[in-house]
Design a protein around this ligand. Structure first.
Ligand code: ADP
Ligand code: MG
Length: 237
């Protein structure tokens, strides 16, 4: 669990008059499905962390989010809760194909995200898969279009975009770029650009999270986000 004493940025406080849910501190008070609330409650997630309080209301309102917060601040649920809600509100189901992509720099981080997704999404009728290498790519190819939420590393995702016939992301509703600074530091810039070219340009919501704001992160943000809400949360000294 996280310590308290983290402070939301000016950006989110300044927006509070426009944000009916900006003052909300508990997941239970958010305008989200009972299914998500139940999953969170069972995992003992009760009050939101600062980045979750700042980001989730904007994301639920349909906006793109550019989020900055240090490691351990709870960024995973800040993007997974709105991702689940978006698909739930659209009545996304097993036949609707790939609705959300979550891109993470490493296998280990992708596994952690996947495990949080299974927890928070436990009571939803959505399927999810991990595309991280290490498994048989042929088996992934057979299942990939029947999965609703894909958690991937950039290289493996691009491999499927290149090699898997009929890999269909044309209905994509949510794209998450997690730890964007690390993705770029690891040399995946060209890979992520190729992924972005493969995806539909319109109709999706994008969440980009990064611990640091470098020029290359800003370039990626320009390429992937539309009129994002910039939310930066710092721990108090
Ligand atoms: P980040 O991605 O910012 O590094 P994580 O999303 O991995 O952070 O979360 C860090 C830890 O905090 C995890 O163990 C997670 O289960 C826990 N955590 C996240 N949100 C909450 C919350 N609202 N209440 C309690 N613990 C939380
Ligand atoms: Mg993280």
């Amino acid at each position: 669990p996280l310590k308290d004493g983290q402070k939301a940025s000016q950006a989110s406080e300044g927006a509070s008059e426009l944000q009916p849910y900006a003052g909300v501190r508990a997941f239970d008070e958010l305008p989200i499905s009972e299914r998500t609330k139940k999953g969170l409650k069972e995992a003992k997630y009760v009050s939101m962390t600062a980045i979750q309080r700042a980001a989730i209301p904007h994301a639920l309102a349909g906006r793109d989010v550019l989020g900055a917060a240090k490691t351990g601040s709870g960024k995973t649920l800040a993007f997974l809760v709105p991702t689940l809600e978006k698909l739930y509100r659209l009545r996304w189901g097993p036949m609707d194909g790939v609705g959300a992509l979550v891109i993470s720099p490493t296998r280990e981080l992708a596994l952690q995200i996947f495990s949080t997704l299974k927890t928070a999404g436990k009571h939803h009728n959505l399927s999810a898969g991990l595309l991280i290498g290490g498994h048989s790519v042929e088996q992934e190819k057979e299942r990939i279009n029947s999965l609703n939420i894909l958690v991937c590393t950039p290289g493996r995702l691009l491999q499927h975009m290149d090699e898997t016939p009929n890999f269909d992301c044309s209905q994509l509703q949510v794209l998450v770029l997690d730890e964007a600074d690390r993705i770029l530091d690891m040399g995946f810039s060209a890979c992520v650009n190729a992924i972005l070219r493969f995806l539909p340009k319109t109709g999706r919501q994008t969440f980009l999270y990064s611990a640091t704001q470098t020029k290359s992160v800003r370039d990626l943000a320009r390429l992937s986000l539309k009129h994002p809400e910039y939310l930066s949360v710092h721990a108090e000294a």
